[in-house]
Design a binder for this molecule. Structure first.
Ligand SMILES: Cc1cc2nc3c(=O)[nH]c(=O)nc-3n(C[C@H](O)[C@H](O)[C@H](O)COP(=O)(O)OP(=O)(O)OC[C@H]3O[C@@H](n4cnc5c(N)ncnc54)[C@H](O)[C@@H]3O)c2cc1C
Length: 403
């Protein structure tokens, strides 16, 4: 545990950190320093306010310059280890799932797409500003009528007309969609049946963005319904490197692993909050922590968190090492197993944590209610638990239950 750890365990200095197997010790010293710097930022700028932002469903745009100063965009591209990239997302989620979600949509989907499939001109125009959060991005794939089956059912169309592409259709659930400057938007070219990706300027005529209200998870994140009515996108804003939906999947594979790291972070947070509460709260004249059933529940959360971390650490390493040896499953199935397993463990962990806080577990003032509610979004996005399970099922049986 570092002296800058912002979590309640700090108030219990003689007790071990939720990183029980010390995965953090596998980082280089500069990476440890950078993670400590992130923790200081989260302790000072995020934790004291995250509950209010969530209650008010307000995104703290004023935070972006300070967040950018941490220089944490796409860590592996910047030469950091895959484990560091994962622990950054886990640590952000540990403080506030919403902030981590904003960060991932922008960096792990928008910036990664620009980096992987953008032209040299597009990169020169946008990449540095995007990395430094001077412009913000979104990733628009899901549609009102096509969620899990969007790969085979995309209804948004892109038709070439001279120097422009004309886009029509609708997207739903698009994170950062209300305020972003650009979105990587996916559409089908009807003539060829080919998936196309665009760097869509979100302020073009014909683009309508409506905030999705009344959410019970990730209230700080601004999700949007997007409507496209004969939107004319300059040909220069086509992501020319995109050949097919396989390229979309490549991006999703990386971000799916990062969502697995969010499931780790949510469990670390659940352990932090539930353990501190159990140690402090007295019932029957004794701390909750002295009851055997409560200890069992805390240990279950801890075991879930450690198992999830180990799985994510290895899958992240395999993903970035381009592992090709032995008879192992493909990258998408590995990512899907990590995401589905960790999110199922997370759901159990946050429910146990919520229970340990009793009635206070449903009040956001005590943090646990927010952790619990936000976990539901992690369970669903980047492929639901069921869809990721079926991707693994297809891989290990050779038979697809999906189509
Ligand atoms: C908070 C939040 C943020 C999001 N951010 C983004 C974003 O930034 N960009 C973006 O493009 N999308 C985003 N999404 C969309 C997300 O990826 C979808 O919600 C998800 O893919 C599921 O689609 P759906 O909600 O339409 O559910 P559906 O596909 O309608 O599924 C409903 C239920 O049926 C199950 N189901 C479906 N098909 C099968 C099957 N064949 N077998 C068994 N069960 C099945 C599902 O698992 C689920 O439980 C976000 C979603 C949320 C909630």
């Amino acid at each position: 545990m570092t002296e800058t750890n912002p979590f309640p365990a700090e108030a219990l200095p003689d007790l071990p950190d939720a990183d029980f197997y010390a995965f953090e010790d596998l980082l280089s010293d500069p990476e440890k320093d950078k993670l400590a710097q992130l923790r200081r930022f989260l302790a000072a700028e995020v934790l004291p306010h995250a509950g209010t932002w969530w209650n008010e469903a307000r995104f703290p745009a004023e935070l972006l310059p300070k967040l950018a100063e941490l220089d944490l965009s796409t860590p592996v591209q910047q030469g950091h280890s895959p484990l560091f990239a994962g622990l950054v997302i886990a640590e952000m989620t540990r403080a506030d799932t919403s902030l981590a979600t904003f960060f991932m949509v922008h960096h792990d989907l928008f910036v990664e797409a620009l980096h992987a499939f953008g032209s040299e001109e597009q990169k020169a125009r946008l990449l540095e500003d995007a990395r430094a959060l001077r412009i913000t991005g979104a990733f628009a794939l899901t549609e009102p009528e096509h969620g899990s089956d969007v790969a085979g059912g995309m209804a948004t169309t892109a038709v070439r007309d001279g120097d422009t592409w004309v886009l029509n259709g609708a997207k739903r659930w698009i994170g950062n969609g209300t305020f972003c400057d650009y979105m990587v938007l996916w559409a089908l070219e009807p003539e060829t049946g080919r998936t196309r990706g665009f760097l869509l300027n979100a302020n073009l005529p014909g683009v309508t963005r409506t905030r999705i209200e009344n959410k019970t998870a990730l209230r700080t994140v601004q999700n949007a319904d997007i409507f496209l009515d004969n939107v004319r996108v300059p040909a220069a804003d086509l992501l020319a490197g995109v050949e097919s939906f396989d390229d979309t999947k490549q991006l999703l594979r990386g971000s799916r692993i990062m969502v697995g790291w969010q499931a780790v972070g949510a469990q670390l947070a659940a352990f932090d909050v539930a353990r501190a509460y159990a140690v402090e709260r007295l019932q029957f004249g004794r701390p909750l922590a002295s009851f055997q059933l409560i200890q069992q529940q805390l240990v279950q959360i801890l075991g879930n968190a450690v198992a999830s971390t180990g799985m994510l650490a290895r899958v992240t390493e395999l993903e970035h090492g381009g592992y090709a040896g032995g008879k192992v499953s493909g990258g998408m199935a590995r990512a899907a197993l990590a995401k589905s397993y960790a999110s199922a463990r997370m759901r159990e962990s946050v429910a146990l944590g919520r229970s340990i806080l009793g009635g206070n577990g449903i009040v956001t003032d005590y943090r646990m209610a927010k952790i619990f509610a936000d976990a539901e979004a992690i369970y669903t996005y980047e492929g639901t638990y069921e869809i990721n399970t079926l991707i693994v099922g297809r891989d290990v049986t050779g038979v697809s239950a999906l189509r």
